[in-house]
Design a protein around this ligand. Structure first.
Ligand SMILES: *Cc1c(COP(=O)(O)O)cnc(C)c1O
Length: 362
């Protein structure tokens, strides 16, 4: 049984119900005589799993028929390269908005592939403490796509609007917010996510792509990064991450059971409010992101001194609250409160923060 609350940014907490269900079928999957970890990806049993998982994606996220869901490996980071390789062939131009580390990483990778990769907006000189507004963006109406990082995992910020692009497809990195709230998939050209933040164990990367964007890669695009090949083979050109796909299926079934993404969103709002309300009620802790752009998945904050932050990380761990130390680039603390974090975990965190404040206030 779990003995602590895990605030890790990823890989991260999974629902207990899902872990127990995986445990039940771990050795002998539904009486077939072997584990999902052991079976051929070409077996009937696994084919049922991957087909059902794709169906569940469409159902849970409301993905329209003209989109394909791909189950890949290589992480969101590999998509930083796959996206320009597959989408830049028409005009060779793309816009990137820099809102944090991963957004910047995606931009730098795209520079390897296109001549006209532009920064359409950036809040770097404000330490990424907010998301640029529409009127600040310099969008190229002739770009192949606009790339945004929808939830900035390290910084703790989230896009609360989708830019008007005049038809230029939006490509969104949803690694740390996928299925945390309802999203209108039809507004995107491509959504991608490393699954290990919110929907599965590590090893699975999901790409949701509008079908008309598939099929025109740059010359030299490797077979295993070519969306056309991957889509035509239903993510089975080679061995897919079978176990992670299976656990993802369990997560999707769990989501449906509790009432789908709308119910999960309600719970997430409720959890985040508990934490932000406390943070806003005291001057002992400061938040990094302006209130309007705060993430409900990754909450960043700090005390007034670095040594106190160190002490917080150490003592919180001893109190059963794991992985609250902030990312090395930002410092301070970060509580990742993904879908599977129960409200009791936030209550325990706030109680600890109150106690820590009392003991350390000068
Ligand atoms: C974690 C994360 C990544 C990197 O994901 P990998 O699967 O480790 O490559 C990229 N973007 C965002 C927003 C993330 O949270």
């Amino acid at each position: 049984m779990k003995t602590l609350y895990n605030f890790s940014a990823g890989p991260s907490v999974l629902p207990n119900e899902v872990l127990l269900s995986a445990q039940k079928d771990l050795v002998d999957y539904q009486g077939c005589g072997m584990s999902v970890m052991e079976m051929s990806h070409r077996s009937k049993e696994f084919d049922d799993i991957i087909v059902k998982t794709e169906e569940l994606f469409h159902k849970v996220m409301g993905i329209p028929e003209n989109y394909k869901v791909l189950f890949l490996q290589g992480g969101a980071t590999q998509q930083f390269a796959a996206i320009p390789m597959n989408l830049l062939a028409k005009k060779g131009k793309a816009d990137y908005v820099l809102t944090g580390n991963f957004a910047t990483g995606a931009y730098k990778e795209a520079l390897l592939f296109g001549k006209t990769i532009s920064v359409a907006g950036s809040t770097k000189d404000e330490n990424f403490k907010r998301i640029p507004e529409q009127k600040e963006l310099k969008l190229d109406p002739g770009a192949d796509y606009l790339h945004i990082c929808e939830n900035n995992t390290i910084i703790g910020s989230k896009w609360k609007y989708l830019p008007e692009t005049g038809g230029v497809p939006i490509v969104s990195d949803m690694s740390s917010c996928i299925m945390s709230e309802p999203m209108d998939v039809s507004k995107y050209g491509l959504i991608y996510a490393g699954a290990q933040k919110n929907i599965a164990p590590a090893g699975l990367t999901v790409v949701i792509i509008r079908k008309d964007l598939i099929g025109d890669p740059l010359p030299g695009t490797p077979t295993m990064l070519n969306y056309k090949v991957l889509a035509e083979n239903d993510s089975m050109k080679n061995t897919p991450p079978c176990w992670s796909i299976y656990v993802c299926k369990l997560v999707l079934e769990y989501l449906l059971e509790i009432g789908g993404i709308p119910e999960m969103h309600k719970r997430n709002e409720d959890k985040a409010k508990l934490l932000y309300d406390y943070l806003d009620s005291t001057d002992f802790y400061q938040t990094h992101v302006i209130p309007k752009d705060r993430s409900i998945m990754n909450v960043t904050f700090r005390t007034s001194a670095e040594d106190l932050d160190e002490k917080f990380a150490k003592e919180s761990k001893a109190a059963g609250l794991a992985n609250l130390k902030g990312h090395r680039d930002v410092g301070g603390m970060r509580a990742s409160i993904y879908n599977a974090m129960p409200k009791a975990g936030i209550e325990a965190l706030v109680a600890f923060m109150q106690k820590f404040e009392k003991e350390n206030r000068k």
